[in-house]
Design a protein around this ligand. Structure first.
Ligand code: MG
Length: 203
């Protein structure tokens, strides 16, 4: 099954100017990475909000890594890309803001069972525009061409610290428009140039 060999889920923070503005964050001079444990991986069409938590959606392009190793430059980085899909980095924003204030890692605000939602619609070519709808209404849309750090740059940077492994996933950051997910919401995500989309029921 697709994604069954996933070992690591890497995520990037602050990779779109619009999202940096909406959270009143600082624009980074180098990529910001964080990590989600494998238990977060969610390839189903159900998103379960954990008890007593309020969560937000962060729509992101997810890159699939197809081989082990280190990418020394952006040209080499291309040979590590096995495909592109979309995902939702589900975030407990209240907790994240609190952790940021305390200058401590925001790991726990990003980590719960199923918090790394990944669509099975894997593409060989990266589309530009992508969107997230909640109950039929567009809430987030972004353009991959607006990333501050390109996918190739992210791969080079990450693998200068730690070797990439086949089937690793990289969430590449969210555009603006993050917002709350509520019980019974229906969420749809897709690339605008494609008829494929993925639908999720929130419970
Ligand atoms: Mg994110």
């Amino acid at each position: 099954m697709i994604f069954s060999g996933t070992k690591n889920i890497y995520c990037v923070g602050r990779n779109y100017v619009g999202h940096i503005k909406e959270l009143k964050s600082k624009k980074p001079t180098k990529p910001i990475f964080f990590y989600k444990p494998l238990l977060c991986l969610n390839t189903s069409n159900k998103i379960v909000i954990p008890k007593n938590r309020e969560v937000e959606h962060e729509l992101e392009v997810v890159v699939l890594i197809k081989k082990n190793g280190v990418a020394k430059n952006e040209k080499q980085a291309k040979s590590f890309i096995g495909g592109y899909t979309l995902g939702i980095d589900i975030t407990d924003r209240k907790l994240q803001n609190q952790l940021k204030k305390e200058s401590t890692p925001w790991f726990l605000s990003k980590s719960f069972n199923g918090s790394a939602v990944v669509s099975k619609n894997v593409k060989r070519k990266l589309g530009d525009e992508f969107y997230l709808k909640t109950n039929g209404e567009i809430k987030q849309s972004g353009k991959t061409s607006n990333m501050i750090f390109s996918i190739e740059r992210l791969i080079v940077y990450l693998s200068s610290f730690i070797n990439l492994q086949k089937n690793d996933l990289i969430f590449t950051g969210t555009p603006s428009g993050v917002g709350a997910l509520k019980k019974n919401d229906v969420v749809e995500i897709g690339f605008s140039d494609s008829n494929d989309f993925e639908k999720y029921i929130i419970s």
